[in-house]
Design a protein around this ligand. Structure first.
Ligand SMILES: [Zn+2]
Ligand SMILES: [Zn+2]
Ligand SMILES: [Zn+2]
Ligand SMILES: [Zn+2]
Length: 313
């Protein structure tokens, strides 16, 4: 007798250099011995036209969904803003929410429009007295308002200490100024339905950027999509209910879409933001196949309405 332990399947991913599929936990060691990776570096090293640079190797995963993970290399002279943009593109962007990196006790805010937070002369926004422009996003207004309420509940001396401790900067900072090998830090996208990422600086090394490489942020490895199955029939899930996902449920195939509120369904995508807010990522264009199909809207309510009419006559 004993408890049946439901093990999570081992997360695997592909090395971008050699194509081998390897368990998440073995990927870092693999990079040290990957011949294909060494070949790429050797070829670039001999290339007189390639530009020398220093790279950071970052390992990144979803805090609440570690089965979504990635290894990146990014030039050290790129900024936090560049990294933020990259993470948004590949994993996060749904509707232009705010984001931040937290490195040590410093928060680096990413904002769609910098002038919203920082005044023209570069002065930082004071959360106690600063006025937001009337057209600032609702999300930001609420954030400032609740922070202000919180600050007003604590004694003044403590408040001043706290304000000194929280340093808020923008993301126009080169990675070389804030990252060191071995460091751990976090990234948060959307301060309402937050997707939090954990990042580790695996190493820093010298390398070269190919002459025609216009975007030298490289995915070194990325997780294979987790095998999510329809809760009704067990076939691969294509959709997830953004209400039920909070309980770890709500995965369905196209045939069983109507088991959930259609308005709440989002596509299954390979991202830690799966099922959040309005995230559709790299879903095929027809993922919301029911939208133009009236048969999905002739539901029970209409039948009842017809019955009532008959009763009245
Ligand atoms: Zn490899
Ligand atoms: Zn959103
Ligand atoms: Zn199904
Ligand atoms: Zn649901």
């Amino acid at each position: 007798m004993g408890w049946k332990v439901r093990r999570k399947p081992i997360s695997k991913g592909k090395c971008a250099f050699c194509g081998q599929v390897i368990a998440k936990s073995g990927m870092r060691t693999h990079f040290e011995s990957c011949k294909a990776r060494k070949n790429v570096a050797a070829i670039l090293n001999k290339d007189a036209e390639a530009k020398p640079t220093s790279f950071f190797h970052l390992a990144i995963e979803g805090r609440d969904a570690p089965e979504y993970w990635m290894h990146l290399e990014i030039p050290a002279d790129h900024t936090l803003a560049d990294l933020d943009e990259y993470l948004r593109d590949i994993w996060l962007e749904c509707c232009g929410h705010l984001s931040q990196f937290i490195i040590g006790s410093v928060s680096y805010m990413g904002q769609p429009d910098e002038a919203m937070f920082f005044e023209e002369d570069g002065e930082e926004f004071d959360p106690l007295t600063g006025e937001l422009p009337p057209d600032a996003p609702e999300e930001l207004k609420q954030m400032v308002e609740s922070f202000r309420q919180f600050l007003n509940t604590i004694p003044e001396e403590m408040r001043n200490n706290l304000m000194d401790d929280i340093e808020e900067k923008d993301m126009d900072v080169p990675l070389s100024e804030v990252l060191k090998p071995g460091m751990k830090f976090t990234h948060e996208y959307d301060f309402g339905t937050t997707t939090e990422l954990k990042l580790v600086v695996v190493s820093r090394y010298d390398g070269k950027i190919a002459k025609d490489d216009e975007d030298p942020i490289h995915v070194m490895a990325r997780n294979n999509p987790p095998e999510l199955v329809c809760e009704v029939c067990g076939k691969p899930a294509t959709l997830v209910c953004s209400e039920c996902i909070w309980g770890g449920e709500g995965f369905v195939c196209n045939d069983h879409a109507t088991e959930h509120n259609l308005d709440m369904l989002l596509p299954v995508v390979n991202s830690p933001r799966i099922g959040m807010c309005g995230y559709t990522g790299e879903a095929p264009e027809d993922w919301a196949f029911w939208v133009d199909d009236p048969s999905y809207y002739q539901d029970d309510e209409d039948d009842e309405f017809d019955d009532d009419e008959e009763d009245d006559t």
